[in-house]
Design a protein around this ligand. Structure first.
Ligand SMILES: NC(=O)c1ccc[n+]([C@@H]2O[C@H](COP(=O)([O-])OP(=O)(O)OC[C@H]3O[C@@H](n4cnc5c(N)ncnc54)[C@H](OP(=O)(O)O)[C@@H]3O)[C@@H](O)[C@H]2O)c1
Length: 388
């Protein structure tokens, strides 16, 4: 079955996702009977593009990565079924494809892909920049997608951190999926692990280290490097958020904590309502003192059904799993009623893992839509001698 994808946001994650789809296309077709076709791309400043017949998204990814636009100001075209020409719009209304917002773009694309939307084959892939004060524009994009009959998958923390309850309800009412595996620990299973693999298990709490930049900086400061040097290393490697205060002031960890609490613990919190601590230049001395005492200073996120969630610096004993995390490593410990405590550890993260999170959400939707067809085919068992 073919699914039509609309990419809202076309930055690092979305462009790696485009590459991953290309690399995995044969496996998706052979193992899952799924073809994923990109029909729309919307950005904030780099233009918008639609073609009902599918876009050569890799071409546009290369162009944007090189500093170009997907919008070169070409004339508007009416809907056509072939691949779009570079820089030309094909789904735009009379105004040459400039929509007042990406939400309007989503609505228009869904109208033009009405059959795919009706047949549950239209999926919006949301990867825009997070506004940590409000969770927008992603929340609006999720709402617009569901209202248009599209499923929506996102790597953005905003929707689950700020508006999980209302968006989950909107998805249920629309009969569509709202999935966000990439919001915490990239593609390492967290939300889908609990949702799909642990039926009947109730998560009662969690604790973890979920921000790579601050864990790297704490490790580097233990090793004697300064706060500024450690931050510069993370920025040079493209790991720190564009605005480093999102990482070092604990906002990224707070947004992840909020998403975890809302989804796993049925809380109704936002990053603003979470007690939050970050790291600062003077943290270096504290980190080194903790190491000297055989302990490790970590930025720990916590949540439970009986206490409000929070983010704070904690000195952990050496035998605590979280104390063993070096550099960019992350881990999440889940406390449950039936399985006790268990941990998920991420040894290293990169864009491929985030892109895979989007793909895993899409395959979950494909499985639901197509039933058994989109379930991984297992090899046929070798024939053995007839049993008696
Ligand atoms: N990078 C990672 O490793 C990682 C890991 C996990 C989760 N995430 C999350 O994934 C999301 C994307 O990350 P990224 O690294 O790809 O960010 P990025 O490179 O900064 O790209 C953000 C994209 O969003 C677009 N955008 C912003 N506002 C928009 C709007 N209103 N409508 C349409 N497009 C809009 C931007 O368009 P313009 O360029 O035209 O402004 C750009 O294409 C973020 O929420 C991030 O927190 C990232």
């Amino acid at each position: 079955m073919t699914f039509d994808l609309v990419l809202v946001g076309f930055g690092n994650v979305a462009r790696r996702f485009v590459g991953l789809l290309h690399e995995q296309r044969r496996r998706l077709s052979h193992d899952y009977d799924v073809t994923l076709r990109i029909v729309g791309i919307a950005t904030r400043r780099h233009g918008q593009l639609f073609s009902a017949g599918g876009l050569d998204a890799r071409q546009f990814a290369a162009r944007v990565a090189a500093g170009g636009l997907i919008d070169t100001g070409g004339p508007a075209e009416s809907t056509h079924s072939g691949p779009a020409k570079a820089g030309h719009y094909s789904a735009s209304p009379a105004k040459a494809g400039h929509y007042s917002s990406s939400a309007a773009f989503i609505g228009d694309v869904a109208d033009r892909c009405a059959a795919a939307a009706r047949q549950r084959r239209l999926i919006v892939v949301e990867t825009t920049t997070l506004d940590i004060r409000r969770g927008e524009p992603a929340i609006g994009h999720v709402r617009a997608s569901l209202a248009s009959g599209a499923h929506v998958v996102t790597a953005n923390k905003g929707p689950a951190a700020f508006a999980y309850r209302s968006l989950a309800l909107a998805a249920e009412r629309a009969g569509r999926r709202f999935l966000f595996e990439g919001a915490v620990m990239d593609g390492i299973p967290v939300f889908n692990l609990v949702r799909d693999t642990l039926p009947g298990v109730r998560v009662t709490g969690f604790r973890g280290v979920v921000n790579s930049t601050t864990n790297y900086m704490l490790t580097a400061m233990e090793e004697g490097r300064s706060y500024q040097t450690a931050l510069a290393e993370m920025q040079a490697r493209g790991i720190a958020e564009a605005d480093p205060s999102l990482d070092v002031d604990g906002w990224d960890a707070a947004a992840k904590t909020s998403a975890l609490a809302n989804v796993l613990l049925d809380a109704n919190v936002t990053p603003q309502s979470i007690a939050r601590e970050g790291i600062a230049p003077e943290t270096a001395e504290r980190a080194r003192a903790a190491t000297g005492a055989g302990r490790r200073l970590k930025l720990v996120v916590r949540g439970s059904r009986s206490a409000p969630p929070g983010v704070g610096l904690e000195e952990l004993p050496a035998d605590d799993l979280l104390a063993s995390l070096e550099h960019q490593q992350n881990a999440l410990i889940l406390q449950t009623d039936l399985l006790g405590e268990f941990a998920i550890v991420q040894r290293g993260g990169d864009l491929t893992q985030t892109a895979y999170a989007l793909l895993s959400d899409i395959l979950a939707i494909a499985r639901e839509t197509t039933g058994a067809r989109a379930t991984r085919r297992s090899p046929m068992p070798a024939r053995r001698g007839r049993s008696r």
